[in-house]
Design a protein around this ligand. Structure first.
Ligand SMILES: NC(=O)c1ccc[n+]([C@@H]2O[C@H](COP(=O)([O-])OP(=O)(O)OC[C@H]3O[C@@H](n4cnc5c(N)ncnc54)[C@H](OP(=O)(O)O)[C@@H]3O)[C@@H](O)[C@H]2O)c1
Length: 349
């Protein structure tokens, strides 16, 4: 019997915010079967889908580090999957892998488009393949250890601090002996950052006196700023930069949904404070993934890095609303959609 495969495709490019029910559409096709596999391929079912701020950029028909998703194409995305059948030596039926399935229930993945769980040393929870040991954790590792390079006693400020990337970036800075100030969008997130993750200070950037609190929290100014958000918060951190500060430009989520992005008015602080400001894309650092995963895995095992996931139930149908929520700060830690409960038996295709 043919099994249906639900996919979410791009229906219309948004100009500003993603519009649930308009930007994306549901599409049902027959699921692939083991008979469709060629050598070097695996048939998988998605268990958890990653929702990432960058997805808004992938909807934009503009020059970037990846081509835009085309109208009618399955939305790009990475999932943790269970292997249902395999013609690859890299993974056997029953294994967990992480791969670029797109927003779909079932997919065939070719070697090179998935990573077997053996690539993740010390893996205890398959969800970590999309969080601490996956793209967001490695992004934090690259940005902090290769670009920010905080030294003991320096002041590090992290925006988007209670998110998947920021929460790991701040903890790495603590491991390096820095004094870490986290910026996040609610008092509950700030409490989590200080009480659970060990940040020295956390400030709710929505407070009316945010700039004053930032100044009080950075009496010796900022040595390293790890930017996940851009906009007004970046501007405020430029104003607090110390001479020769390093600004790690990881993301600018506050500007992703507007057709009229705002640049920082304090831009000349880069000159007067001799700031080194560097952008990066994690995919350029693929050769560092094994080292990053080794260190992150060890730090987790030692209890030096803690994590949390925000899991949306309801299958792929809730992914677009979930993605909208990411830009409103609904998540603490890594945002995932549960496509299928891993405790359920594997599908028979
Ligand atoms: N360069 C790279 O290779 C790379 C790779 C991965 C991710 N990134 C970037 O890293 C950043 C974090 O990504 P993530 O996957 O870890 O997501 P995340 O931080 O887990 O989730 C996004 C968070 O951004 C905050 N936010 C949303 N709108 C905001 C606004 N207008 N102003 C300030 N904060 C806002 C929200 O928290 P609040 O409640 O605190 O507002 C939300 O929870 C993103 O900018 C992403 O594009 C870059």
């Amino acid at each position: 019997m043919t099994v249906n495969n639900l996919s979410i495709v791009l229906a219309e490019r948004p100009t500003d915010d993603i519009v649930p029910g308009t930007t994306f559409a549901q599409k049902i096709t027959p699921a692939p079967t083991p008979a469709d596999l060629k050598d070097g391929e695996i048939l998988v079912e998605a268990l958890y889908l990653s929702l990432d701020p960058a997805m808004r950029g992938w909807l934009q028909d503009t020059r970037s580090y990846l081509p835009p998703v085309q109208i009618g194409e399955v939305m790009r995305g990475a999932s943790i999957c269970r292997v249902l059948a395999s013609k690859s030596k890299q993974a056997a039926a029953g294994d967990f892998v992480c791969g670029f399935t797109g927003w779909t229930q079932y997919a065939i993945l070719r070697e090179g488009s998935f990573e077997p769980s053996s690539n993740y040393p010390g893996l205890r929870d398959p969800k970590d393949m999309l969080s601490v040991l996956g793209m967001t954790g490695i992004t934090a590792w690259v940005g902090m250890t290769k670009i920010g390079e905080p030294k003991a006693g320096e002041t590090v400020v992290v925006s988007g601090a209670a998110g998947a990337t920021g929460s790991v970036a701040g903890q790495i800075a603590k491991l390096k002996g820095a004094r870490v100030v986290g910026l996040a969008g609610s008092d509950a997130k700030c409490k989590w950052l200080v009480e659970e993750l060990g940040f020295d200070v956390a400030i709710n950037y929505k407070d009316a006196d945010f700039k004053q609190k930032l100044a009080e929290a950075t009496p010796n100014y900022i040595d390293v700023y790890f930017d996940n958000v851009g906009g007004e918060i970046l501007n405020a951190c430029l104003a607090r930069a110390k001479e020769h500060a390093r600004f790690v430009m990881c993301g600018g989520i506050s500007q992703y949904n507007t057709s009229k992005p705002q640049g920082p008015s304090n831009i000349t602080k880069i000159i007067t404070m001799r700031i080194k400001m560097q952008g990066f894309i994690v995919f350029d650092h693929i050769k560092d993934y094994p080292k990053a995963r080794q260190e992150l895995s060890q730090w987790m095992a030692e209890g030096k890095i803690k994590k949390t996931e925000h899991i949306l139930k309801g299958g792929l149908q809730v992914a677009e609303q979930g993605l909208v929520g990411l830009y409103k700060g609904t998540n603490t830690g890594k945002l995932l959609v549960e496509v299928k409960n891993p405790d359920e038996p594997p599908s028979k295709l």
